[in-house]
Design a protein around this ligand. Structure first.
Ligand SMILES: C[S@@+](CC[C@H](N)C(=O)[O-])C[C@H]1O[C@@H](n2cnc3c(N)ncnc32)[C@H](O)[C@@H]1O
Length: 609
């Protein structure tokens, strides 16, 4: 197997062409895909390019033979000699592949795409456990307790007594047996880590040996191998894996680099497998990073589904975020540099105010109202946006470091209880200010903790607090994670639940209705009655938005509002949701922390059937 060396020898054109057959193979999953017709001129130029590469080295020669026999003539490649992006492969009706010298390959929209539209689906080429010392069933990737039992043949952890998963096949079992890892000792975390690490290259090599046509695809994927070697990233693991598997060092380095650079974490729910793992998805991995991305993805029945979260004009880049969007710029930069080895220069990263969200700004102690904004140039002082106050870099960094201790000490993580989180938020607001991302993360945890208890048990004060926090975070989401994002979806859902409960109690204050319900919660297609004393059941839709059938969000049927864009968490939707089932049951099914707006859409459809 020479995937690693092949990768080193591949030209840019080869890296793109290696994806062609793969993209064509995805067509059955994406029935709406429309391939463009090849023009005679394109075809001729295409063939010339392939003939040139054919003689360059043996791998590309084989690659060209493999691909020319099965090439789909309807896939178009165009060459524009006038710019630095000479390759443009249309891979489906919605997205096309382009190449830049700075960012490598990336996807662009081939047509105007509406918010909420699905761009494509893709099934992982390889699915492996995360390389962590935690026992996971190799057949379904479900996390196991410490008392797991091993496969009778190879000793690897499996669900007991039976697992419906199919990921642990005979070849893998034989390969693991031959490695004599002696996995029987379930307490040995080092062995578990080694096993989980090994499965990444092992599964990839097994897939490539059964489907050699995919070798070009994996070889073409970016692995940052040179940089990783220079910066000594993951080199010990590469050595250990190569030694254990008795495989070529270059091959293992390439595969591990490909996973670290490209793999998607596939979460537990809805993934088609029980647990979570790392998925190799060559098309999805072509989405470059942006700190304010225009797509989101989730897994359903074992495939990734990528959707636009906002309107994407034709020709615009299709982006995803490799880092949590709520993090501040320095935290995102540290993560991207360490894991993906690049520095992001998107609009948000270049703007010290982070598009006005001030997620990195600190409270000014001089004027008590202004914000100390990070400098444009490293090393310069942070300056207040309202007074002459400044603070040096060292002092600003010390404050942020101190905040870490507050979070750790106060149980401010996602698991924290309401009391601890309230204290933590108070400390953080004083130390960092109300807009800093660490404060807002704690506030988000507080919001979820507040609304985790049955709404009917909550005090009106807590409900109003939840409304305030949700509204503040929605303001942030509108700036850094806008449109139909999961973050906005969860916030809108929680805000709507809190408001619905307040409405139901008929204790809601006029200003909450005026400011919150109309602006954020109520569907933009609905108006609220003027009186605040109406119950949710009295609020009637007054106007409905029509959308086209392709925009599969809004169908009007018998007055049932199924406009399920995010604003579609509207009052009559909530009313139906509450009517249709016991509220706690609905919330149980729709775990708002793990799911997303489209999961809610599915749920509502089921309830309305
Ligand atoms: C998952 S790959 C994306 C596809 C990649 N461009 C390719 O050609 O295969 C991630 C790598 O793409 C590059 N990349 C992605 N987003 C970028 C960005 N916003 N700025 C610079 N480089 C980026 C980085 O080299 C990163 O390690």
């Amino acid at each position: 197997m020479t995937v690693g060396r092949e990768a080193g020898q591949m030209s840019r054109n080869q890296r793109v062409s290696a994806l062609e057959q793969y993209l064509a193979s995805l067509a059955p999953l994406n029935p709406s895909w429309r391939h463009h017709k090849h023009t005679h001129q394109h075809h001729h130029r295409h063939q010339q390019q392939h003939q040139q590469h054919h003689h360059k080295d043996s791998f590309s020669g084989r690659l060209q033979q493999e691909y020319s026999s099965s090439r789909r003539p309807e896939i178009q490649r165009s060459v524009d000699a006038s710019n630095e992006e000479p390759l443009d492969v249309d891979c489906c009706a919605s997205v096309a592949l382009q190449v830049s010298l700075e960012y490598g390959r990336y996807l662009v929209a081939t047509r105007d795409i509406l918010a909420g539209e699905e761009l494509f689906r893709e099934v992982p080429l390889v699915l492996a456990p995360r390389p962590v010392p935690i026992p996971a069933c190799l057949a379904c990737l479900r996390g196991l307790g410490q008392d797991w039992r091993g496969c009778e043949e190879c000793g690897a952890p499996l669900c007991w007594p039976r697992c419906p998963g199919t990921l642990h096949g005979v070849e893998e079992c034989q390969s693991l047996s031959s490695l004599s890892l002696n996995l029987g000792d379930s307490q040995d975390l080092n062995k578990l880590k080694l096993l989980n690490e090994i499965l990444t290259p092992m599964r990839t090599l097994l897939v490539l040996s059964t489907e050699p046509s995919l070798r070009g695809v994996v070889a073409s994927m970016q692995s940052n191998v040179g940089q990783r070697r220079r910066l000594k990233v993951g080199q010990e693991t590469v050595q250990r894996m190569a030694q254990t598997l008795q495989e070529d060092l270059d091959v293992v380095a390439h595969i591990l680099g490909v996973f670290d650079t490209n793999a998607f974490v596939m979460g537990g729910q809805g993934g088609g497998v029980g647990g979570s793992g790392r998925a190799l998805l060559p098309l999805s991995a072509l989405m470059n990073h942006n700190c304010t991305p225009n797509t989101q993805h989730w897994f359903q029945h074992g495939a990734i589904i990528v959707r636009a979260v906002c309107d994407i004009p034709r020709g615009s880049e299709i982006t995803t975020s490799y880092a949590p969007t709520l993090w501040g710029t320095s935290a995102r930069a540290a993560h991207l540099t360490a894991s993906k080895l690049f520095r992001c220069r998107c609009e948000r990263c270049r703007d010290p105010t982070e598009l006005g969200s001030h997620l990195s700004s600190l409270a000014c102690r001089s004027c008590k109202g202004g914000l100390l904004v990070p400098p444009h140039a490293p090393g310069e002082p942070w300056a207040c946006n309202q007074c002459e106050g400044t603070v040096g870099v060292g002092a600003a960094e010390a404050l942020v470091r101190g905040a870490g201790a507050i979070v750790r000490g106060g149980g401010g993580g996602a698991e924290g209880d309401v009391t601890n989180l309230t204290t933590t938020v108070g400390h953080l607001t004083r130390v960092l200010g109300p807009t800093h991302y660490v404060t807002r993360e704690a506030n988000y945890a507080l919001l979820l903790a507040l609304l985790a208890s049955p709404l009917t048990d909550m005090s009106e004060g807590d409900l109003l607090r939840a409304v305030g926090v949700a509204r503040d975070l929605l303001g942030v989401a509108d700036l850094v994670d806008p449109g139909l994002s999961r973050f906005r979806g969860v916030l809108l859902l929680e805000l709507t639940r809190a408001c619905a409960e307040l409405l139901r109690r008929q204790h809601i204050a006029d200003h909450v209705i005026a400011n919150t319900m109309t602006a954020d919660v109520a569907c933009d297609t609905h108006q609220l009655p003027s009186s605040s004393s109406h119950t949710i059941r009295q609020i009637q839709p007054v106007k409905k938005r029509k959308t086209t059938p392709e925009n599969n969000y809004c169908e009007e049927d018998n007055g049932v509002c199924t406009d399920l864009s995010l604003n579609g968490y509207c009052l009559d939707t909530i009313e139906k949701l509450l009517d249709a089932a016991d509220e706690s049951e609905v919330i149980l099914q729709f775990d708002s922390r793990l799911s997303d707006v489209w999961a809610l859409k599915e749920l509502l459809h089921q309830l309305q059937r």
